[in-house]
Ligand binder design. Sequence first.
Ligand code: ADP
Ligand code: MG
Length: 249
Amino acid sequence: MTASEPSEPMIRMQSVEKHFGPLHVLKDVNLEVPRGQVVVVLGPSGSGKSTLCRAVNRLEPIDSGVIEIDGKPLPAEGKELARLRAEVGMVFQSFNLFAHKTILENVTLAPVKVRGTSQAEARKTGLELLERVGIASQSEKYPAQLSGGQQQRAAIARALAMRPKVMLFDEPTSALDPEMVQEVLDVMTGLAGEGMTMLVVTHEMGFARKAANRVVFMADGEIVEDTVPDKFFTAPESARARDFLGKIL
Ligand code: ADP
Ligand code: MG
């Protein structure tokens, strides 16, 4: 089977195990994210959601198991790994923008350095992406001059500038003031609508209900439920999911 086989999931995790010392943080994790779909990961704090996300682009090495992106196993290191990382965009809770670069520079840096895109081309694409996330008018400012919501939208534009095949979001709205959450979720919903494959860790249940094709519920390092949002929110099967929902809804 070739990598571009349409039936291949974009992300496949098989029997993934991960320990931090004595702590067993990923326990026999099996997860597939089909191309063009949005999978939302829910679960209590400390359940392994961030570790799972970070394992997907090998920011966190795993102990055993298989992770494939677009049908290809995750390379361990070197050029292959750099290439893979370029295909997997990641947006974190903290915006991680370069403080001493303008918003546009933040967005053009990696395409020029990693992809060898020309400055002119990177600028053009960068401005289009900033337009798309609604902050083109902020392109010459520095991160600290923007609101949290604008910074997070810039971080999304920066990830998109590498033309990723898949986007990982790890609690992208958790550090934001409440009034800025929706503008970031709107950008994410737009991306989903355009067919981007997305793995999203979030506590935003409205987004999970509306945008997710599937909800994966994690507890204590295990995937406890993997189902459609309707079913998860109305009839969760496990006591742990019912308990979780009872606390947040
Ligand atoms: P979540 O994102 O669901 O809150 P994490 O994946 O961040 O959970 O963490 C899962 C568990 O692993 C937690 O108990 C956390 O304290 C622990 N952990 C996370 N990163 C590390 C690390 N680098 N070293 C040791 N323990 C860690
Ligand atoms: Mg986390």
